[in-house]
Design a protein around this ligand. Structure first.
Ligand SMILES: [Ca+2]
Length: 494
């Protein structure tokens, strides 16, 4: 059997509804839609955590935070020796990474901030990748790595990269116009570098190409010349917080911008959220609410354009038939739902539910899959397709489900959050019907009947009518935790 090539694409902060084919006609995403129509779209995929690094480490290891240990941004995983790239390289794959990685802290000594020579030569031997071309930061957050060199080589001084013309003062989403053309955007760089890789690749060796788009993560700064913008008048409304009941204190504090002055804060500011911004006031202004969301979704349209270049290159170079294409994102964005922006210690669908599209021509049964799955399932599934024995991980191999088999017997998926080991943290369990969120050490929690209350307004955690289902969900969560406990080898009875 020919081993398939693997193209794994991860965007940053892209909600489930940020794909046209997912019931969002206000988007123009023909290429994402083509993946959905020519392959499989998982309708309920959950990220293992709602901030970058932990979720990305889970994707690359098939394990949850409680096993890989990289519990928050600024952490590093305890063990990277079984990264997907390491496993596939050992099996003979040519491995290459382009774009955002964020498997390490982004401090000055980070492996992701290592020097890039003036030619922009890819790094060699980066976390299991034979070669890697990286970028960090998000526009005004600083642009580094191979992308920065690429811009320099095009004659663009770094000081010009950060120019955003904002629509509003003191906007944590920095909604506005980027002073550069689309051709200079990091998404365009990724498409160009991907095409270059594919053109140079030796067909005789299978490849694992890992791409990390930096959008639609804020700043919501759209290149000045980008035309395929989302019409803000076409956007549906946000999910209101008006009828939310029994809202946990940290969620209320995130909404009002007071969480960083509360007991929930650790040595650093709460990850993944401005944390000091009054989101409720922000999204109560219709002009801001519409504009920031339209800019966010416009950045998805920009990704889609570049994805089109990548998919066309695959086709033109005759890789399409033998290449598994997976598109997903590390987490979502509240984007005004429940009057909150960005992400962080939240368990709402808006931040936990992400796209997961998989195309493998002639191999998967074309359909939409409804059973809850997790990003930790990608690792064993891809290793399975590659014919590589999978080490013991938390994820499950979804190939049978993809090939028309029954839904996985696992009744739900786990999500974990840990701001700090002794601060705000939760463990969530999500089934086809319910979502339970348990905050260790706290009396509050969350329980939603997702079938009857898909917008998560009615928290049933303390509702006596839900005590039986709560106990059942807790037991399932405990079973899942037990299932993923480390276990040493047992070669003998004695
Ligand atoms: Ca992220």
């Amino acid at each position: 059997m020919t081993r398939p090539n693997i193209l794994l694409i991860t965007s940053d902060q892209q909600r489930y509804d940020a794909v046209g084919a997912h019931g969002s006609p206000f988007l123009t995403t023909p290429h994402l839609d083509s993946l959905a129509h020519e392959g499989v779209t998982f309708q309920r995929t959950y990220c293992p955590n709602a901030v970058c690094t932990p979720s990305r480490l889970s994707l690359m290891t098939g394990t949850f935070l409680s096993r890989h240990g990289g519990y928050n941004i600024g952490c590093t995983a305890i063990d990277k020796t079984r990264f997907l790239s390491v496993m596939l390289r050992a099996a003979g794959y040519r491995t290459h990474h382009i774009g955002k990685a964020h498997w390490h802290p982004w401090n000055d000594s980070s492996p992701e901030k290592a020097p890039v020579d003036e030619h922009g030569t890819p790094w060699r031997d980066f976390v299991g990748f034979d070669t890697a071309e990286l970028t960090t930061g998000h526009v005004t957050w600083g642009v580094t790595g191979h992308y920065a060199r690429w811009l320099e080589r095009r004659g663009i001084p770094r000081r010009e990269l950060n120019q955003i013309t904002p629509l509003f003062a003191q906007d944590p989403n920095e909604t506005g116009t980027w002073g550069m053309p689309s051709a200079n955007h990091s998404s365009a760089w990724i498409a160009e570098r991907t095409t270059d890789f594919l053109e140079r690749h030796d067909h005789r060796q299978p490849f694992f190409l890992n791409l990390g788009f930096q959008d639609p993560h804020h700043p919501h700064a759209v290149p000045f010349d980008f035309e395929a913008r989302v019409d803000q008048d076409q956007l549906p409304g946000t999910i209101s917080s008006e009828t939310d009941t029994d809202v946990p204190e940290p969620v209320q504090l995130l909404r009002s911008g007071h969480i960083n002055s509360s007991r929930y804060r650790g040595p650093f500011e709460i990850a993944g959220n401005s944390g000091t911004h009054d989101w409720q006031a922000y999204f109560s202004d219709p002009a801001r609410e519409r504009a920031t969301r339209a800019h966010y979704y416009s950045l998805v349209n920009l990704i889609d354009q570049q994805l089109g270049i990548i998919l066309n290159a695959l086709k033109a170079l005759e890789y399409e038939r033998d290449t598994i294409v997976v598109f997903t994102s590390d987490h979502g964005d509240m984007l005004g739902d429940h009057d909150i922006g960005q992400k962080g210690p939240l368990a709402y669908e808006s931040v936990l539910r992400v796209p997961l599209l998989l195309r493998y021509p002639g191999h998967v049964e074309l359909r939409a899959l409804e059973h809850p799955v997790s990003l930790v399932d990608v690792y064993p599934t891809l290793l399975g397709y590659a014919g590589v024995p999978c080490p013991r991980v938390d994820g499950i191999d979804l190939r049978s489900y993809l090939h028309g088999g029954p839904a996985p017997s696992r009744p739900g998926v786990r999500v974990e959050y840990k701001e700090e080991p002794d601060r705000l943290r939760y463990k969530a369990w999500i089934t086809t019907h319910y979502k339970l969120v348990v905050y260790p050490g706290e009396s509050f929690g969350e329980l939603y009947d997702l079938n009857r209350d898909p917008h998560e307004h009615s928290n049933r955690f303390h509702d006596p009518d839900f005590s039986a289902i709560k106990a059942q969900l807790l037991t399932q969560l405990l079973e899942d935790l037990e299932r993923s406990e480390p276990a040493s080898e047992r070669p003998s009875r004695v």
